[in-house]
Design a protein around this ligand. Structure first.
Ligand code: TXE
Length: 498
């Protein structure tokens, strides 16, 4: 495995160690408490910025601003004008994309090749939601009542949306929440993750520059237990759109009960990635490896349970291990880096904890298996891309979300049995099938209980294609027309015409 050594990092204009305020009602302000927190580069430990630390009082202020905007001038803004704002924002994001991708890389560690590679998707999302803004419509419905009563539906924005996002892709996550809110005429209070708040704040600046009116997009950085919990339980928030862990997802549901706010949840996973012996193994080896190693395994739909047909198990797992060993691990800002650090010390401890658990459970690390501390890497949270062989279904490394670059390779023989085993998880987010047999691909795709099935590819995403979970991976869909529906209420109108 190659290791990227220290490289000089030019100071980023938005991560130069200075102080960043929060955005409420179009104003950049301090936290009511005056508190601040620090955000660091997980590759080097360097301080990137201090950030205003919002808590319940700031959430109250932001929700009040979002409510005023929702009931005031924003409600008069026409669909084509909301579309124009999103298109303007997309142009600004395009113009500033290099800066935004560097900011994601600095704040959460992902390789710059990955954050730059998100361009098409992020711009596509904004332009897709722009298109949706002028495509919202209800229905006229023929009813069976006696007499002359006409019925139709109106689609109305759900109201003030509390958006709570994680750190594993801040730019895309922010756009995924703000985009549908603007498209539908909602207003939003967004709480970025404490580990990586900078890109959301920079994007909020671009929203202002695009002309998004005050109060429509508010960003309150802070911690989950304070700012996040206050948003989830706020009586004047109409919907919470949450992405994060299933445990926090459960607490969001409990917190939402007070005013029965709408909730959509995009949670974790333990996704099966299934390789049949008839697959094109040359394609499947890098495909299955990067289904986990991409973003250092910090992707909710990563294909972490690698099921391989017994006939090719040894060969295939050996090749995936070799692939993992050759990956270039290092500071994400280096264009040659393929695998960056984990986001935080907590995440490092969690992942290395699972590396120990895997060994103790009797799995064999055929690649990686530990932390990386040589040279410049000693300052960051780096873990070797790891492949565990001889994994059994009931091991913790085969059941629990690790959220690190760790593959658990499991063998199978019988296809019917395999489907049951692949579905034997509390999660249901992603899944993969590698085969050259079209019938088998369709059969298995139908039988898997997961929100996405990728056949002979993994992690393909498009703004028009819905993404979301079954079971404990959450509910609601992001992307696609289903996403926009999550931000709309349906009103039935009855008119007696005679
Ligand atoms: O998640 P949290 P963490 C999984 C992954 C990871 C684990 C822990 O397995 O190892 O979760 O990561 C906010 N009320 N995923 O601790 O706690 C928090 O501030 C309201 C999968 O980062 O879910 C942050 O903004 N909000 C995942 C956001 O929730 C609260 C991505 C996510 O934090 C809160 C990230 C509370 N009580 C982690 N507590 C995915 N689905 O992609 C925290 N938050």
């Amino acid at each position: 495995m190659a290791v990227t050594q220290a490289i000089p990092i030019t100071r980023h204009p938005y991560a130069d160690g200075s102080y960043k305020k929060m955005l409420i009602d179009g104003q950049w302000i301090d936290a009511a408490s005056g508190k601040r927190f620090e955000t660091h580069n997980p590759a080097t430990g360097e301080l990137l910025a201090t950030v205003a630390e919002g808590d319940a009082e700031d959430i109250n202020r932001a929700v009040a601003a979002a409510r005023r905007a929702f009931e005031g001038p924003w409600s008069k803004v026409k669909p084509y004008e909301r579309q124009g704002l999103l298109l303007k924002l997309a142009d600004l994001v395009e113009k500033n994309f290099e800066e935004l991708s560097q900011l994601d890389t600095l704040d959460m560690g992902a390789p710059i090749s990955r954050t730059r590679g998100n361009k098409l998707r992020v711009l596509g999302m904004l332009r897709y939601y722009a298109g949706q803004a002028t495509a919202l419509h209800g229905e006229t419905i023929e009813n069976s009542l006696p007499g002359e009563i006409f019925s139709y539906t109106l689609k109305e924005p759900v109201g003030v949306v509390g958006a709570i996002i994680p750190w594993n892709g801040p730019l895309a996550a922010t756009v995924w929440k703000i985009g549908p809110a603007i498209a539908t005429g909602c207003t939003v209070v967004l709480k970025p993750a404490e580990e990586a708040p900078l890109t959301s704040l920079r994007l909020a600046e671009l929203c202002m520059e695009a002309g998004v009116p005050p109060g429509v997009v508010n960003v309150v950085p802070g911690y989950g237990e304070t700012a996040g919990a206050a948003l989830a339980s706020h009586p004047d928030v109409d919907k919470v759109a949450f992405t994060g862990s299933h445990v926090t997802g459960q607490s969001i549901i409990r917190a939402s009960a007070g005013n029965l706010k709408r909730v959509s949840l995009e949670l974790g996973g333990k996704s099966p990635d299934i390789v049949f012996a008839d697959a094109d193994l040359d394609e499947a080896v890098p495909g299955a490896a990067m289904a986990v190693f991409a973003n250092s395994g910090q992707i909710c739909s990563a294909g972490t349970r690698l099921f391989v047909e017994r006939k090719v198990y040894d060969e295939f797992v050996g090749r995936v291990a070799e692939f993992g060993k050759k990956l270039q691990v290092g500071n994400g800002i280096d264009p040659n880096t393929q695998i960056g650090p984990l986001v935080s010390k907590d995440q490092l401890e969690r992942v290395t904890g699972y590396l120990d658990i895997g060994q103790k459970e009797g799995a064999k690390a055929v690649a990686g298996g530990g932390r990386l501390t040589e040279g410049a890497l000693s300052k960051g949270f780096f873990v070797q891309p790891t492949v565990f062989a001889n994994v059994q279904d009931n091991m913790r490394i085969a059941q629990e979300e690790i959220f690190g670059p760790v593959i658990s390779a499991i063998s199978f023989e019988d296809t019917d049995e395999l489907v049951k085993r692949a579905n034997a998880t509390t999660f249901g987010l992603g899944s993969g099938v590698w085969t050259t047999n079209v019938s088998k691909a369709h059969q298995v795709a139908k039988a898997l209980r997961a929100g996405s099935v990728w056949v002979n590819c993994y992690q393909a995403m498009d703004p028009a294609v819905p993404f979301g979970g079954y079971k404990m991976s959450g509910y609601g869909r992001e992307s696609g027309k289903q996403h926009v529906e999550e931000y709309l209420n349906v009103k039935a109108v009855w008119i007696k015409t005679a």
